[in-house]
Design a protein around this ligand. Structure first.
Ligand code: GAL
Length: 471
């Protein structure tokens, strides 16, 4: 679908009814924030762009992974996704109409460097200039993630994250991007959730590139941690007045019972999920005290690595969706624990089985603040997947709105209580390709009909727009 057709589909129409009676009633007693708090929405290149082989783009590990039978629900791929590659102008205009001040997006490394290293692809480089310029023209501040999981496949053929050379490959890529776009873009995030892409991609084999095993995991994790800090150093050097951060996936963890076995399992879970990529940054190293088997990660150390793992980021991006209740189990190596699904616990949960637990985001902010090492925090992802039903061209997604309200309330309480949390980004702007879940899970404030590429603003999107416009 081209731009004209997109407009013809009546994108603007629902916006004229932006504050329908129905939505007006949805304003809740949430506190207002009058300072420089940033409100935004988040996305990632592979999940929205499509254009997987357009204009000289190289293939990523996800372009390859989706070809493997059985890996992605319904055999879905990100080949077209939301076709943001062609529709970015309309989508950014939609952000403008929704009065969303900040847009988090990621750069596709293989769109910029088809082979990961070497010669850059002018058309790919220009694409992001056009996206950034369009944002700036519409008074939308771009927040850029340098790596949101789409490694150039040519680098994977050389071992990908398990090959230490990635530290220099990634360094060159970061150097290029922050030099190229650094005059226009001030807010940068180095990695998206290193635990997710090393854990799911190199230990469990559930995400690209589908590798498994402790050796792959520890090598990939150590190199990702080195890249995190190295990328921070380079971005800070290149971007004048830059606000340089990185993002971490975090979940609030509790033990199922007070038995020492369950308590210890919960501690190990917490060490992997919340401490593994956090503590090396501030000179504490990996949480080997809690999980002795992680000591093997030292096999991948070179002299000086303790220092190379550290970087004083301007901010930490906290990404939180849920809480996990953990019990002891001999089935899962390293953590020797298992999470208990919310269905078995009589609690509210989302379409992808994540417990709705807004208190957790407050507790996590407290936890990270207690290190006394991080200057400020942004919630760079939070949101929910629910089954959306279109009726009369509207999506009355009350559960998503309630979810967002409750989490925002918790974040603002943390702020009121003195924690330096400076912004909140909803995951996600658009429904999109949800990794191994394909298109089955919808997290968007805006509904995407993948056959026609028509966008329909959900009631949650209308609510968020109205809520933040009040500041
Ligand atoms: C995050 C990830 C996003 C998105 C989200 C919802 O872990 O960074 O890309 O998929 O989860 O599942």
């Amino acid at each position: 679908m081209n731009r004209k057709e997109f407009v013809k589909l009546g994108l603007a129409l629902p916006l004229l009814n932006l504050y329908s009676k129905h939505v007006r009633g949805m304003e809740q007693m949430l506190p207002t924030v009058k300072d420089d708090f940033v409100w935004g929405v988040s996305t990632a290149a592979y999940q929205i762009e499509g254009g997987y082989n357009a204009d000289g783009k190289g293939l990523s590990i996800w372009d390859e992974f989706v070809k493997i039978k059985g890996k992605i629900k319904n055999g879905d791929t990100g080949n077209v996704a939301c076709n943001f590659y062609d529709l970015y102008e309309n989508d950014i205009e939609l952000l403008k109409l929704l009065k969303i001040p900040a847009f988090r997006l990621s750069l596709s490394w293989p769109r910029i460097f088809p082979n990961g290293i070497g010669t850059s692809n002018k058309k790919g480089v220009d694409f992001y200039h056009k996206v950034i310029d369009k944002c700036l023209k519409n008074d939308i501040t771009p927040w850029i993630t340098l790596y949101h999981w789409d490694l150039p496949n040519d680098l994977e053929l050389k071992g990908g994250w398990t090959n230490r050379d990635i530290v220099s490959w990634f360094g060159d890529y970061v150097d290029f991007c922050t030099t190229e776009y650094g005059d226009k873009v001030k807010n940068w995030m180095v990695l998206n959730e290193p635990l997710s892409f090393t854990g799911a991609g190199y230990f469990l084999g559930l995400h690209a590139p589908g590798k498994k095993g402790i050796k792959n995991f520890l090598a990939a994790a150590h190199h990702a941690a080195l890249c995190n800090a190295t990328g921070g150093v380079i971005a800070k050097k290149n971007v004048t007045d830059g606000n340089i951060g990185t993002t971490l996936s975090c979940s609030w963890i509790e033990a199922r019972s007070k038995t020492s076995k369950d308590v210890k399992a919960a501690k190990r879970y917490d060490a992997i999920i919340n401490r593994f990529f956090t503590e090396p940054l501030i000179g504490l190293g990996y949480p080997i005290d809690t999980i002795p088997s992680l000591k093997k990660i030292h096999d991948y150390y070179k002299p000086g690595d303790e220092t190379k793992l550290q970087f004083d980021f301007d901010f930490l991006g906290i990404q939180n969706y849920t809480r996990e209740i953990v019990k002891h189990s001999i089935k899962m190596p390293i953590v020797w624990g298992k999470t208990i699904p919310p269905e078995k616990r009589s609690v509210d949960f989302t379409a992808n089985d994540w417990e709705v637990y807004p208190e957790g985001i407050y507790k996590l902010l407290q936890k990270f603040d207690a290190y006394k090492k991080f200057k400020k925090f942004y919630i760079t992802e939070n949101g929910a997947s629910f089954k959306d039903v279109i009726s009369d061209g509207k999506i009355n997604d009350t559960k998503r709105t309630e979810y967002l309200k409750s989490y925002i309330k918790s974040v603002l309480k943390a702020k009121e209580d003195g924690i330096n949390v400076k912004g909140y980004f909803v995951w996600s702007f658009l429904d999109n390709f949800e990794w191994a879940e394909g298109y089955d899970q919808r997290f968007g404030l805006v509904y995407v009909d993948y056959l026609t590429q028509k966008r329909t603003i959900k009631d949650s999107g209308l609510w968020f727009s109205k809520y933040i416009a009040g500041f």
